[in-house]
Structures are given as structure tokens and as C-alpha cells.
Design a protein around this ligand. Sequence first.
Ligand SMILES: Cc1ncc(COP(=O)(O)O)c(C=O)c1O
Length: 294
Amino acid sequence: MQSLNLSWLEAAGIEAAILRLDLLDPLLSGNKWFKLKGHLRVAEAGGSPGLISVGGAHSNHLHALAAAGQRFGFSTVGLLRGEPQDTATVADLQAMGMQVHWLGYGEYRQRYQAAFWQPWLERYPGYHPVPEGGGGLPGTEGCAAIAEMIEAQLEGLGWDDYQQLWLAVGSGTTLVGLQLALPAGPELIGALAVPARYGVGEQIEAQLQQAQCERRQFRLLEACGAGFGRFDQALLDFMQDCEAQSGMYFEPVYSAKLLLALQQQAAGGYLAAGSRVVLLHGGGLQGRRSLLAR
Ligand SMILES: Cc1ncc(COP(=O)(O)O)c(C=O)c1O
């Protein structure tokens, strides 16, 4: 965890620290390892030949899954949204040995239906299906460890407490894991990188119930701006300014939107001067390449 020094935080009198999950590993970085490790264990325990999952043409989740498969000796299959596209991410997936299939948009929309997996599991018998984004119980339970990392590193910052923990939300898996394990005290704030109408609130609720978690001590803020995976020049300018000031890289789909949501709350006076906040850097820097080249 490192101090995050940005002029707009300083102007609002807010002290911030960021958990640099982006630095964990060159390929299995960010929250991905926490979400995938339980799925890998389930696959190993069940003698699965491989893992199969769903995502987009820039998916950080599929990128990490392909890397994990290559590293730990599992085959991987990626079911991609939409029509075939050449992106740097897709090239990496294939180079790491992932078998890629394009779903079109219609079939992709069925991904939360139980029947979605059936034909794919007939084609890839015994494969362990991983929900999009690495969710489900193995994913949420794995993310609980992030809360322990934060607790263990507070002392190094000279902090004995903090008021809010901010993270970007896609599938909600990481937020649910933190809700399971965060000690009482800090407020959990999820900046939605996807429009609320995609049903992320319902997915969070379903994952909390699956984990038999009764706590509901979190708040979701709209942060998706131009839409999921969409961004404008103003967001890129803001991101690049934050990068220049902090000396770390962000990406426009999750972390830049997280920072912008925090900046807006700070500028709007919704955070008391003297507050301490922790942010999660969720990694995802592989996606930055082709997104910025657009
Ligand atoms: C860089 C990055 N940050 C945040 C998230 C959101 O995590 P979750 O899907 O657990 O809500 C993702 C999605 O995996 C991501 O790739």
C-alpha cells in the first residue's frame, strides 16, 4: 500500500493510500489472482482438464485466466462477446494457449442462464466453468484476502484507521469478498464501471446470499460515464494527469473511473476534510494498450 498524492485530494484535505494489486505479478495482477485461485483449486480437486469462461475482446479476466492456465498446466477456453476482432488481448489469449470462440451478442446475453453452459460443457467435458469476471463463491471467498492485506499494511502507513475503502465494480465479485471480510469501521464504496441497469446490484446481492453474508454495509456510486468500456477525452486527460502526478499507471475502464468518482465526491464536499481513504488498484493494465490505441 502506498500514499496516493494528487492535488485534488490535497485540496480537499483527504489523505489517500492505494493498494497496488497491479504490482503483484506481471500476468496475474490486480484482483484477478484473488478471484481465480479458488476456481483453480476447484478445477484441480475435480480433476478438470481445463477451465472455461466468458468475456469481452479486451477482457482482463480472460487474460488472467489464460495466463493461469498456461502457468499451472490447465487448458483454457474463452467464450468471447460479439463478432471476431483482432485485439492485443485476443492475440495474447491465443498465444497463451486459450481456445477462443466468438459468441455473437445474442448468445453472450444468455451467459447468466443455467442452460448457457450445457452445449459448451458437452463440447469440453469436465471443464470447470468460471462465471464472467471470476465470480461465484470461489471468487468472492478468494477476494476476502484483500481485506487482510489492507489491515496488515495500515501500520506501515502510520495509520491506525481509515474511513472509506474505494474500489471499481464490474461483476461485483471483489466488493462481495471485501464485504465478507472487512472489519467494522471503514465504509465500502463501489464505483460502478458498468451501468446499474446491467443488473450489477442484483449480481452483488446474489453473490452475498450465496456466501451467506448478512452484512450490507456498502454503497454503490454511478461511475461508468460514457458506458462500460467507453470513455471520452476528458476521462483520458484526467487519467493522464493522475498518472503524471502519482507516477503510476491507470486504465480507462475501471481505475480512471474510480478516481474520477472519488474526485467528484471530494470536490462536492461529500468527504470530510481529514478523512483517510484506501483505494484498490485492480490492475488491468494489459487492457490499456489497445484501449488507448483506439
Ligand atoms: C482492472 C479491474 N478493476 C476492477 C474490476 C472489477 O472487479 P469485479 O468484477 O470483481 O467487480 C475488474 C474486473 O475484473 C478489472 O479488470
